[in-house]
Design a protein around this ligand. Structure first.
Ligand SMILES: Cc1cc2nc3c(=O)[nH]c(=O)nc-3n(C[C@H](O)[C@H](O)[C@H](O)COP(=O)(O)OP(=O)(O)OC[C@H]3O[C@@H](n4cnc5c(N)ncnc54)[C@H](O)[C@@H]3O)c2cc1C
Length: 492
């Protein structure tokens, strides 16, 4: 297949540097390539670097269904089950290399959702709209230029028990405020948008199911992250810097409050506008694709936790204790059950979605959607387990993760040798390695970044109750009741 142009890290950085300044951090307007954002940029660049490496071609590259060219898989629309499997495995591999979230899944999940809803909305409108044509034109450029997308789904939502149209302020969910001949004007604020501050494009989809009268909230589009009228207020999650005891890879992340202050979106960038049913499916589909991504990233984060706990046990000299083995087994079981759920979701993937009252129905232009039950059970199981895994690390490490001295004290001649003497636990372990491990365990467990990662892993893709709702509404519980009635001899 013909090779499209695969972007290099340098080209990505150059493009970021040219963008309009609209990133606010702690009261200041900053450049996208500000030093503070560099760890996050380095994390985001891993897939660019891997895509250039022939040994990773199978996972990292795909064939565009639009142009037939070779593209980065993170910009691909899943054409078959194999694509779903490869997306899961690519996600696990890249997260292992990053030592945590790779931050590219929101883009691939948002584009796959918009691909399906734009097609179905046109069909429902009997050809009076051109959403899918708009989407494909946008996607072709996105793939050719090998861009990074983020997804802005989560609205601020105001009072959680009220619908968008019932809120005290209509802007608490992003909505259309004006329709013009050449585009629409939108207002609202999307929150917790991972890596929006270093993305090329922001893909916007609705947060939730909508009533027929909530047409203005049924809007999906993609827009450059520095577009006129958009302000991003960013939080940047960096670990404590180290000069001597350097980590092998410094992971970073950012999340934005993305404020749309009467932003004009040209029609050619709009993928639905007013189609409430497809807005609801868009909300569901982004979450579903994202929960499938979790079946790749969460096992990788489990791999990180498992390795850290196993090393902590070894460095503490307790590796052979039976309770340690039980706890390692617990992390492995959760990670691999999550992976297996994702694998099954890929294998049972079809161009179908679940429609309440109708069951699973064909949806979209034939692109593949992972099985919903398995995506949801996998995400729920592994998402809820993150605090348990942190608890295991806390247990096996002891208090050292919380109070370990700063790097400078290990370098200061007055304290260095004394601290090394009293850090030693297992005499077979090199003391500098032990220092690095306890600093790393502290990063996972006690740093601001570690805490943020736990919240993200718990809530990202939807709070656990959202998965419970999806599972119980889509699973055939009635069929199980019938089975039991037959066995129990219940006739009514
Ligand atoms: C680090 C991080 C990164 C993220 N990245 C992204 C991203 O890139 N893009 C994106 O769009 N989103 C992102 N998210 C958002 C994530 O999807 C949401 O946090 C999640 O959907 C929960 O929404 P919320 O935070 O508004 O919590 P809430 O919805 O307010 O949940 C709080 C509690 O209220 C409950 N609740 C909410 N509504 C109701 C109701 N009507 N009835 C009963 N109970 C209710 C919930 O179940 C939960 O227990 C990210 C979140 C985090 C923490």
């Amino acid at each position: 297949m013909a090779k499209g142009k695969l972007r290099t890290k340098k080209e990505y950085l150059d493009a970021l540097a040219k963008k309009r300044r609209n990133i606010y951090f702690d009261g200041n307007l900053i450049d996208r390539t500000d030093e503070l954002q560099m760890t996050c940029i380095n994390t985001m660049s891993i897939p660019y670097e891997l895509a250039q490496d022939p040994q990773h071609s199978d996972l990292m590259l795909a064939k565009s269904h639009i142009t037939g060219e070779t593209i980065n898989r993170f910009t691909h629309i899943h054409q078959n089950k194999e694509d779903l499997h490869k997306k899961q495995d690519m996600t696990r591999m890249t997260c292992q290399l990053a030592g945590g979230c790779i931050q590219r899944c929101m883009g691939i999940d948002g584009t796959n959702a918009c691909n399906a809803i734009s097609y179905e909305a046109d069909k429902a409108n009997n050809g009076s709209t051109e959403y899918h044509k708009n989407f494909l034109k946008w996607l072709e450029r996105f793939q050719k230029e090998d861009l990074i997308g983020c997804c802005a789904q989560t609205d601020v939502k105001g009072d959680r028990m009220k619908r968008p149209s019932q809120q005290a302020d209509p802007d608490l969910y992003l909505h259309v405020v004006e329709r013009k001949s050449d585009g629409i004007v939108v207002r609202g604020c999307k929150v917790h948008n991972s890596e929006a501050s270093i993305a090329d494009e922001i893909i916007v989809v609705p947060t939730r199911a909508l009533l027929p009268e909530e047409k203005d909230y049924a809007v999906a589009f993609a827009i450059p992250a520095d577009w006129e009228g958009i302000k991003q207020v960013v939080t940047i999650h960096n670990l404590r810097e180290r000069k001597h005891y350097k980590k092998g890879f410094m992971q970073g992340a950012t999340d934005s409050y993305t404020i749309f202050d009467n932003v004009f979106i040209p029609w050619e960038r709009v993928f639905i506008c007013g189609e409430t049913i497809h807005g609801a499916v868009g909300a569901l589909l982004f979450a579903l694709f994202h929960r499938h991504s979790y079946s790749g990233c969460k096992p990788a984060i489990g791999d990180m936790m498992l390795g850290t706990v196993a090393l902590a046990a070894e460095y503490n000299g307790i590796a052979k204790a039976s309770h340690v083995k039980d706890k390692l087994a617990e992390i492995i079981m959760t990670s691999e059950l999550g992976y297996a759920a994702g694998y099954t979701a890929s294998d049972l993937g079809k161009p179908e979605v679940y429609m309440p009252g109708f069951g699973f129905v064909p949806y979209g232009p034939g692109s593949y959607i992972p099985n919903s039950i398995y995506c949801n059970v996998g995400r729920c199981l592994t998402g809820e387990a993150v605090y348990r895994e942190a608890e295991i690390l806390c247990d096996i490490s002891g208090g050292v993760t919380a109070t370990f001295p700063h790097e400078g004290d290990f370098l200061n001649p007055e304290t260095s040798e004394l601290l090394k003497k009293y850090t030693m636990r297992n005499p077979n372990i090199n003391i500098d390695d032990a220092i690095k491990l306890w600093m790393h365990a502290g990063d996972l467990l006690c740093s601001a970044s570690g805490g943020i990662m736990l919240v993200g892993n718990y809530h990202g893709g939807g709070s656990p109750v959202m998965e419970s709702i999806a599972i119980t509404t889509q699973y055939d519980i009635e069929a199980r009741k019938k089975m039991v009635k037959r066995i129990a001899g219940i006739k009514s």
